[in-house]
Design a protein around this ligand. Structure first.
Ligand code: C5P
Length: 293
């Protein structure tokens, strides 16, 4: 989740300069990387609760990650990738980037390349702005396109409830809507939110809840007005903070403890305005090897 997402003006290359504070949370996909059948090239399959609609060709960032690793390290192998998906697709939670991060870490391990975290993150940044953080995990500020990372001091563990949507939002469409809504205004350079960083340093969930902010939220709500109803449910049930995650449409609610998380989960499920509800905590680690066969 982006605890803070400050979006600068549109640059000439069609992108916006960002300052964002990322927190890795415990909602993850399992990525299996194996040597594939000879001559098969890169093969990609997916299963799991959010696998519907995941592209299984070279448009998938996980596929591109394997392709990049093969080229970079001249790997003379076919690679078979399986994604067990729990992260929503096109949900504003960098699920595709997390999978690419998993593939990079998996190939490094499978071929015993011995790459450092810095090298892994640098390779990740060639694929997409969110991939380096998918490798790093924890809590970090991302500058530039969000890929220039600095770790952030963060105390404690935070409890999240995530309201998922049945259909995704297009990232370029949300940035485009943000530009449209800000037309004629003078847009400041993006900046880090000091109150947010102070709350993280102090481990103060209540202050963090107040400091959550996302410059893309109005645009996501403008394209998907039902998101305002979702945000209202969280406010009514006493969430410490409610925020559209990244470019949406997932909404993240920060809650005080597991009991409140359960109450809000029930309320959201009963509200009829969400596609699904999951709970998670953060910060947690980035992509890492959990087993080998
Ligand atoms: O990073 P990604 O390629 O997914 O971004 C998709 C689109 O979102 C970009 O083509 C651009 O229109 C918009 N975008 C942006 N500024 C960013 C990131 C994305 O305008 N920092």
């Amino acid at each position: 989740v982006n605890l803070g997402l400050s979006v600068g003006p549109l640059d000439s290359d069609g992108y916006h300069e960002l300052v964002t504070v990322f927190q890795a949370i415990s909602l993850y996909d399992d990525v299996t990387v194996k040597i594939g059948n000879e001559g098969a090239g890169i093969t990609l399959s997916a299963s799991g609760s959010t696998a519907t609609g995941v592209p299984l060709d070279e448009t998938n960032l996980a596929y591109r990650a394997a392709d990049l690793m093969i080229t970079k390290f001249q790997l003379d192998s076919d690679i078979d990738i399986h994604l067990e998906k729990e992260i929503p697709v096109a949900g504003g939670m960098a699920g595709g980037s997390a999978d690419a991060a998993g593939v990079i870490v998996g190939i490094d391990s499978l071929f015993e390349l011995g790459l450092s975290r810095d090298e892994l993150e640098r390779i990740g940044s060639e694929l997409g702005s969110d991939v380096p953080f998918g490798i790093a995990g924890g809590t970090a500020i991302g500058r530039g396109r969000g890929d220039q990372l600095t770790p952030v001091l963060s105390k404690g563990t935070y409890q999240w409830v995530l309201a998922l949507s049945n259909s995704g939002l297009s990232t370029p469409a949300v940035y485009g809507e943000c530009d449209r809504l800000r037309e004629g205004l003078s847009i400041a350079k993006p900046s880090a939110n000091d109150a947010l960083l102070q709350a993280l340093r102090a481990g103060d969930a209540r202050e963090l809840g107040k400091a959550l902010s996302n410059d893309l939220q109005s645009a996501a709500c403008s394209l998907r007005p039902a998101l305002r109803l979702v945000l209202d449910v969280g406010n009514d049930y006493g969430a410490l903070g409610c925020i559209v995650s990244g470019s949406g449409p997932t909404v993240a609610f920060l809650v005080e403890d597991e009991e409140r998380a359960l109450d809000l989960t029930v309320a959201l499920s009963a509200s009829g305005v969400v596609g699904g509800v999951v709970r998670a905590s953060g910060p947690t680690h980035g992509a890492r090897r959990i087993s080998s066969f």
